[in-house]
Write a new protein. Structure first.
Length: 242
């Protein structure tokens, strides 16, 4: 039973700073967030520009439920400038690498594994598919139930694994986020070719609930837990510092 809560971020990057920003988040932010907030890095990815907005990074952070998220918000925002003073240099460094972004709070389906469980299983891929799914109001949980069942049944035929299945909080129970782990570019191409030809291989039983699906591709950062099998640590603080 996954009782965590997740922060999902789309971050717009300045110039050619994507690699620097991903390192700054993993090596310079995450170890401090783990220590001070109990916040874990779920994943950091660069978006494949040919499939969506560019240059862009996707971050997902794992919090210890809504109580943990409330404590994290209190720690960050309980200051006159709404920033943790211990991270002032970090914020200044980050400001040089990004323009802004758009965040969501995500609630996982109970059967979605935590990042620690995924790392224990060695889950990772060459490429990832990220989906934003708009569903009929009030049906997010029903959609996720069907999506996980369909994904499990289809995994053995196309190799895509549905690692993350979340509903967006603070909405009308009408938006979901899916994260597929894909073993290879060839496995991506085979499924996408069928989908584009009208031979659906992904979540065909959810059609009646879906209003819109948007899929982009991601590649994980060098220090992302899906790639390394562990959380970023102080020992990773090499290269670009705060």
């Amino acid at each position: 039973m996954n009782e965590k809560v997740y922060i999902h971020e789309f971050i717009d990057i300045t110039k050619q700073n994507r690699a620097r920003y991903m390192h700054h988040m993993a090596a310079n932010w995450s170890p401090l967030a783990q220590q001070k907030r109990g916040q874990l890095c779920y994943g950091i990815w660069g978006a494949v520009g040919s499939t969506g907005r560019w240059p862009q990074v996707v971050n997902i952070w794992e919090e210890d439920g809504f109580d943990g998220l409330a404590s994290s918000f209190r720690h960050e925002l309980g200051h006159a400038d709404l920033q943790d003073p211990d991270l002032a240099k970090w914020w200044a460094g980050a400001a040089e690498l990004r323009l802004g972004g758009f965040d969501r709070i995500l609630v996982p389906h109970p059967d979605t594994l935590t990042i620690s469980e995924l790392c224990q299983e060695g889950v990772g891929g060459e490429v990832y598919a990220h989906e934003l799914v708009q569903v009929e109001p009030g049906t997010a949980r029903c959609f996720l139930d069907i999506a996980l069942a369909d994904a499990y049944a289809g995994h053995h035929t196309h190799g895509w694994r549905l690692a993350g299945a979340w509903a967006t909080a603070m909405r009308d129970n009408e938006e979901c986020v899916l994260l597929w782990v894909i073993p290879s570019w060839d496995a991506w191409a085979a499924v996408e070719a069928d989908e584009s030809a009208g031979r659906p291989r992904l979540l065909s039983r959810t059609t009646g609930l879906v209003r819109q699906r948007r899929r982009i591709l991601l590649v994980d950062a060098p220090l992302s837990p899906f790639r390394t099998g562990r959380q970023p640590s102080e020992s990773d603080r090499t290269g670009w510092q705060d």
